[in-house]
Design a protein around this ligand. Structure first.
Ligand code: NI
Length: 186
């Protein structure tokens, strides 16, 4: 089932998400719905708060970007309770990012090039790995959603001022996009 994507301005996107304790039929259904919603909206990542669930759950599939960023090939992952560790000494790179919760916008965001992550997959099996490049960017972007942050929080105040009317329109739900959305006001 395709779920509506909650837009910037909705309080659920500002809440810190809760740790998932146990598997359930409801959880597996939610994961399936998140995959469907992400692919339907041409996203490469979706975090549970973006579908109104304040839990530590993310789906990622960066493979559509693999031609430009080979590290994204075969990157389909379901992340439950992820923990990331960024080496502050590693390179920081600025690249354009977008978000399904902020349709029609893209801004340059500085992110670390490399990170380590521990997570549980959809079967609650533990994994650990190192990620770099654009895939590390997608992970950091989605992980921010679990902390109640959005990428626009990393944009300079001057730049934010310039896009303020666009942001206000998103808060009001005045957006044109081809997937279902839910704004703060309706
Ligand atoms: Ni996002």
């Amino acid at each position: 089932m395709i779920l509506p994507v909650y837009l910037y301005g909705h309080p659920v996107l500002r809440r810190e998400a809760e740790t998932l304790e146990a598997d359930s039929a409801e959880l597996q259904k939610l994961i399936a719905d998140m995959w469907e919603t992400m692919y339907h909206s041409d996203g490469v990542g979706l975090a549970a708060p973006q579908v109104g669930k304040s839990i530590r759950l993310i789906v990622i599939d960066g493979s559509p970007m693999a031609e430009r960023f080979p590290e994204c090939a075969g990157s389909k992952m379901c992340l439950i309770n992820p923990e990331i560790e960024v080496d502050e000494d590693t390179e920081v790179v600025s690249r354009e990012e977008g978000c399904l919760s902020l349709p029609g916008l893209s801004e340059n965001v500085k992110r670390h090039e490399k990170l380590r992550m521990r997570w549980l997959d959809e079967n609650f099996k533990e994994h650990e790995g190192e990620f770099s490049g654009f895939l590390a960017r997608i992970i950091q972007h989605e992980f921010d959603h679990l902390l109640g942050k959005v990428y626009i929080d990393h944009v300079s105040p001057i730049r934010k001022q310039l896009i303020r009317s666009k942001l206000n329109n998103i808060v009001k739900g005045k957006v044109a996009c081809e997937y279902r959305v839910k704004s703060a006001t309706k």
